[in-house]
Design a protein around this ligand. Structure first.
Ligand SMILES: C[S@@+](CC[C@H](N)C(=O)[O-])C[C@H]1O[C@@H](n2cnc3c(N)ncnc32)[C@H](O)[C@@H]1O
Length: 273
């Protein structure tokens, strides 16, 4: 029997405690045109009727996709706790929601027109296997469309948070650090081409979009502190980090009290040749 890799065991344990953390942090984020990163991804596959979400979490993206009548939807995720939330969404009562790994998809060949993935592809190990599985379940000409994290824009709260977090982690015993997650090639166009090309995908279409997460400082803290890195930190360390963050961004607040916070996403789409 296959033993669970430490990375996947970490993700499962984290999401057992925080099953909807990404949707809570990012659903209110806005691109310059007002759409959330979930809405942008949903629009990318507007013409596809059979759609699979890789790392679907609590099912927010699938729920948006379900607004188009007649769509056949499916999701796969490692976390039974996140999937339990997805299964509670009335719009997903017909969706096939499976606990499993994107590296071993429990779906037949040629069963989807599009695979989507929001903030999950970059966490996956054995990424060539994920690419091969996506290619296997897609029909010829099918699309893989993903949102992956693209870091801070600079001069705003997320950049300050990352600097404080890096410092905190350097001072933290290794027992409180997360395992290395995913494959960094998923974070660049060239890297993704290298992974997806051999699986049969054409060149990746790559776009960078800033997502505005500005808000009252408590709300901005809730968003930035949803990162996996905080999971293993002890309570006192998180409290110190929070205090340092509040002090750091106090002077940044705008007249309406909002603290500027921007997170960059990379939107990648590739079609099966
Ligand atoms: C950051 S969360 C994003 C969840 C959701 N897509 C969203 O944006 O709200 C990443 C999700 O990917 C899932 N995941 C990570 N690696 C996976 C894998 N190899 N196979 C299936 N799911 C995976 C995690 O369990 C987690 O639910």
């Amino acid at each position: 029997m296959r033993t669970t890799a430490p990375q996947e065991a970490f993700l499962q344990a984290f999401h057992a405690e925080y099953p909807a953390v990404t949707a809570e942090a990012f659903s209110r984020g806005q691109a310059p045109d007002g759409r959330s990163s979930y809405e942008i991804l949903c629009d990318r596959v507007a013409g596809s009727m059979r759609v699979l979400d890789l790392g679907c979490g609590d099912g927010l993206l699938l729920e948006l996709l379900a607004r188009r009548p007649g769509r056949q939807l499916a999701g796969v995720d490692l976390s039974s706790h996140s999937l339990a939330l997805a299964r509670r969404r009335p719009a997903l009562s017909e969706a096939k929601l499976e606990e499993g790994r994107a590296q071993e998809l429990p779906f037949a060949d040629d069963s989807f027109d599009a695979c989507v993935s929001h903030m999950a592809l970059m966490l996956m190990s054995e990424i060539e296997q994920v690419a091969a599985e996506a290619a296997r379940v897609l029909s010829p000409g099918g699309a893989l469309a993903c949102v992956v994290g693209g870091g801070a824009v600079g001069g705003e709260a997320y950049e300050r948070f990352l600097t404080l977090l890096r410092r905190t982690i350097e001072e933290t015993p290794s027992s409180q650090r997360i395992p290395a997650l995913g494959d960094k090639r998923t974070r660049s166009r060239e890297g993704l081409d290298e992974v997806l090309g051999p699986a049969g995908f054409a060149a990746v279409d790559w776009e960078t979009v800033p997502i505005d997460l500005s808000g009252p400082v408590e709300q901005v803290w809730a968003a930035v502190s949803s990162l996996y890195d905080l999971g293993p930190l002890d309570g006192a360390t998180v409290k110190r980090l929070r205090k340092a963050f509040f002090a750091e961004v106090r002077g940044m607040a705008m007249p309406d009290g909002y603290v500027p916070c921007v997170f960059r996403i990379r939107l990648a789409t590739a079609r099966l040749r």
